[in-house]
Design a protein around this ligand. Structure first.
Ligand SMILES: Nc1nc2c(ncn2[C@@H]2O[C@H](COP(=O)(O)OP(=O)(O)OP(=O)(O)O)[C@@H](O)[C@H]2O)c(=O)[nH]1
Ligand SMILES: [Mg+2]
Length: 292
């Protein structure tokens, strides 16, 4: 039997639904998703395995102009994803009309790779709007295959998978056929805690936070996890903790539920907060936090 495999790399602006799309493809929640921009900070592989194919999807951070070294690292993940792709997926929100990043636009217009332009969130608009958007993108990227989807409602996802499969090169799988991702359980635990911080705190707090699992003890009945939430300023530490620890307790409770579902086991989650001044511009800390 012939076998197809390849890298299908997802790029696009912040908040367009890249991570929601990855989860829809996999049929399970792997990447965290929130209504805030810059939720994803890493390149995360999500692998879809079939009898005769392996599609290695990669979710990436939304394209932004870097303000910190952390952002530079995030954009280097996007560049990597452009380099090793067999198929490119560029996702837009149905209300978007242009690709502001000149180099990305040029890449999409000139690449020999198959490009799928996914118009996402079509559940929020009427059919005329979807058709107008499709025409608009067709004129901007004549070589792209235009595909309207709703990542949130998994609409048009199966059809898309069939089309992508046709574009994959023949070849053996890159990863063992039962592999789901390249990232560790610890990584996803950190992400699930960070997701709650993105959801529960305002303004600059989510963008000042990094989460690190310090201890992960897998015991027969329970997984004991100790994690640190790093912030930039002492005042932020107080905000994260809240009056009598109420706010951090909420983060812990909600994150624990997700982690238990993810690990399929009872979890004890112990959260601490520490100040690490300017970690977003500190090479050593960025390395420690897995950005380099
Ligand atoms: N209505 C609707 N909302 C969607 C759809 N897809 C994603 N969303 C919402 O859009 C928001 C952003 O989704 P994400 O998947 O986190 O977006 P992203 O592109 O990964 O964002 P970054 O990681 O920040 O670049 C979330 O609130 C999602 O629930 C969709 O098809 N329809
Ligand atoms: Mg994302």
């Amino acid at each position: 039997m012939s076998h197809k495999s390849g890298f299908v790399n997802i790029i696009g602006n912040p908040n367009v639904g890249k991570s929601t799309f990855l989860n829809a493809i996999l049929g399970q929640k792997l990447a965290i998703t929130t209504p805030k921009a810059q939720t994803t900070r890493h390149r995360i592989l999500g692998i879809l395995n079939g009898d005769d194919y392996q599609m290695v999807f990669s979710d990436t951070p939304g394209i932004i102009k870097p303000a910190y070294k952390m952002h530079e690292a995030m954009m280097s993940f996007v560049k990597e994803a452009l380099k090793d792709a067999d198929v490119i997926i560029y996702i837009v929100d149905v209300n978007e009309t242009q690709i502001k990043d000149e180099s990305v636009l040029k890449f999409l217009q000139n690449t020999k790779l198959p490009v799928f332009l996914l118009i996402n969130k079509i559940d929020t608009v009427n059919q005329e709007k979807v058709e107008a958007a499709a025409q608009h993108w067709k004129s901007l990227l004549p070589n792209a295959r235009i595909f309207p989807i709703s990542a949130l409602h998994a609409f048009n996802i199966k059809e898309l998978i069939d089309q992508i499969k046709q574009e994959l090169p023949e070849g053996p799988p890159y990863y063992p056929k039962d592999t789901l991702t390249d990232k560790s359980e610890r990584f996803f635990v950190e992400e699930m805690i960070r997701e709650k911080i993105l959801l529960f705190y305002k303004k600059e707090i989510p963008y000042s936070v990094e989460v690190k699992v310090e201890e992960f003890k897998d015991e027969p009945e329970i997984v004991k996890i100790r994690a640190t939430i790093f912030v930039i300023r002492p005042s932020q530490k107080g905000i994260i903790i809240g009056h009598q620890g109420e706010r951090i307790k909420r983060v812990g409770t909600e994150a624990r539920k997700d982690i238990e579902a993810f690990l399929g086991k009872k979890v004890f989650l112990d959260l601490h907060v520490k100040v690490k001044k300017d970690w977003r511009d500190n090479d050593n800390l960025l390395k420690q936090f897995g950005y380099k």
